[in-house]
Design a protein. Structure first.
Length: 233
């Protein structure tokens, strides 16, 4: 069984954990049926692996923190990610991890000029890779972010894009990929979080986002992609 180390950069909002649990439970529900064991590490509390060889691949959870925050655990996690990239270990950065990967490798992250990206968004897949089985030209996934990557890191190759988020996914070499939207969030979780953050997001944006939740996201497909990527076959 493939082991993915989940570097937890935070927790699901306490008023939404009743839906599917915290990040370890959400990611396990996606990956366990694919023959993948999810091993959590509390990175935001300072817990990082003793060795990069403890798991077959590494993945970040989302976070309510910003990669622009000056926090010691973010710096430590960034160093771990750089080590994974340099040693060509399988790594998947999701949302916060997507942004942190870009920042530590010379890219640029800023507050999105269009404001919050929330609800089910559509992304165009620009490059096909071996682990994208079956392939897809477009993906619908849940977004929930205020920051976004505005400049690719060195050696970054753009994999997916959206009108509101031009750099939605990218790769570094053959063993490192990053994705802005969430695969672990269902539309039910997204709806709860939007309701909890209406004032922060802004009423017009929140209302439009809620209308998109009738669409079924392609989270199962992308989880299969990532399981194949992590296994290296």
């Amino acid at each position: 069984m493939t082991r993915i180390g989940l570097l937890m950069c935070g927790h699901v909002h306490p008023d939404a954990v009743d839906i599917g649990g915290d990040y370890p439970e959400l990611f396990t529900s996606l990956f366990e049926p694919l023959g993948v064991e999810v091993v959590p590490y509390a990175a935001a509390e300072g817990q990082l692996p003793d060795s990069i060889d403890e798991c077959d691949a590494w993945m970040t959870s989302p976070s309510r923190s910003s990669v622009l925050d000056d926090l010691p655990w973010i710096d430590a996690l960034g160093e771990f990610i750089v080590d994974a990239v340099e040693r060509e270990r399988a790594f998947v950065g999701i949302c916060f991890g997507h942004q942190l990967l870009a920042r530590v490798l010379g890219g640029r992250v800023e507050r999105a000029p269009t404001g919050w990206g929330v609800g089910v968004k559509e992304y165009e897949v620009l490059e096909e890779r071996w682990w994208m089985t079956p392939p897809a030209q477009h993906l619908a996934l849940v977004a929930s972010h205020e920051d976004q990557v505005v400049e690719l890191p060195r050696d970054g190759v753009l994999l997916a894009s959206a009108d509101y988020c031009p750099i939605a996914a990218f790769e570094i070499g053959e063993r490192c990929i990053a994705l802005q939207p969430h695969i672990e969030f269902t539309t039910e979780i997204s709806g709860r979080l939007i309701g909890l953050r209406r004032e922060l997001i802004g009423e017009p944006t929140a209302a439009m986002a809620l209308e998109t939740l009738v669409r079924v996201p392609d989270r199962g497909l992308v989880a299969k992609w990532f399981a194949t990527f992590a296994a290296g076959q």
